[in-house]
Design a protein around this ligand. Structure first.
Ligand SMILES: [Zn+2]
Ligand SMILES: [Zn+2]
Length: 293
């Protein structure tokens, strides 16, 4: 299994960290987890396209995680996809996807009539809503949904993926929660969201101290995420959904390292973690071994 980070940011726009999204590949199978802003551009940069995806999995329906669902569907069609887009998400996903397709119906009909492409299957969607537990098997990858705590968001999930005896867990958006620790116990790689403690300043007219406290409260702070990884005993912790996107990486490692002694990677857009070889490759070409697990 290889996970490539397409976007490692959050709702705050950043030219370096696009909206949350990652593609997990094993053999010929590719599944997208979340669909943040800029996902189709990053897929292209990774040498992939929406036509290659076997499934799209959504952790929750916060806008930063689903913003480019329609862009993905439309560009997949333009990229020659000839099969419906399979979308798996929590309750509410069908209403969201159907609403999106209805919103764009007139524009799509005009394109279909004018562009005369060989197939329109790519513009069809097959939505499956899941609860905690089994989601599906994609090639050799088996995926389960892990309920996390992102209240006031009611339906929020992480994912546990296994293939060839290796295990990858993706937190989605959550405050520290026991369910995720249990699901991640002994995993080879834990991809976890993080918000830098005190990283978002109070700015008049933008955010109050209450705003900062509320945002931090339903995410996992930099002084908490190391303990999550340590308690779960994971082989490697990868930090993504970096909030704010410009967070100082060295300071982040310093804080996380107080609680977790294993390897920690601050993900970058277009970095790839190879879960079998325990290696990270950055877009710059840099490669780092993450130790044996
Ligand atoms: Zn988010
Ligand atoms: Zn969220």
């Amino acid at each position: 299994m290889r996970v490539t980070f397409l976007g490692t940011g959050c709702p705050v726009p950043s030219p370096h960290r696009f909206g949350p999204s990652q593609v997990v590949r094993h053999g010929d199978t590719a599944i997208l987890i979340d669909c943040g802003s800029g996902v189709t551009q990053r897929l292209a940069a990774a040498g992939l396209s929406g036509a290659d995806l076997d499934a799209v999995l959504l952790t929750h329906l916060h806008s930063d995680h689903v913003m480019d669902v329609f862009q993905l569907i439309l560009s997949s069609w333009h990229q020659g996809r000839q099969r419906p887009q399979k979308i798996f998400g929590p309750p509410g996903t069908k209403v969201y996807v159907d609403g999106l397709m209805a919103l764009w119906r007139a524009e799509m009909d005009q394109r279909i009539a004018h562009e005369r492409r060989p197939s329109t299957s790519a513009l069809e969607t097959e939505v499956t809503e899941f609860g905690p537990g089994w989601v599906g098997r994609f090639g050799e990858m088996e995926v389960s949904a892990v309920q996390v705590d992102h209240r006031p968001v009611v339906h929020a999930y992480g994912f546990a993926l296994t293939a060839c005896g290796r295990r990858l867990v993706v937190s989605g958006d959550t405050r520290p929660c026991e369910g995720l620790v249990e699901a991640a116990r002994g995993a080879d790689v834990l991809v976890h969201e993080v918000v830098a403690r005190g990283g978002m300043p109070v700015v008049e007219g933008v955010r109050t101290a209450e705003t900062v406290a509320n945002v931090e409260s339903y995410h996992t702070r930099s002084d908490q995420v190391g303990a999550v990884a340590a308690e779960a005993g994971v082989g490697c912790l990868v930090l993504t959904h970096v909030t704010p996107p410009g967070t100082d990486r060295a300071a982040l490692l310093e804080e996380v390292g107080k609680h977790y002694g294993g390897p920690v990677v601050v993900a970058e857009d277009l970095a790839t973690i190879d879960v079998e070889r325990m290696r990270v490759t950055f877009a710059s070409g840099g490669v780092v071994a993450l130790g044996r697990h």
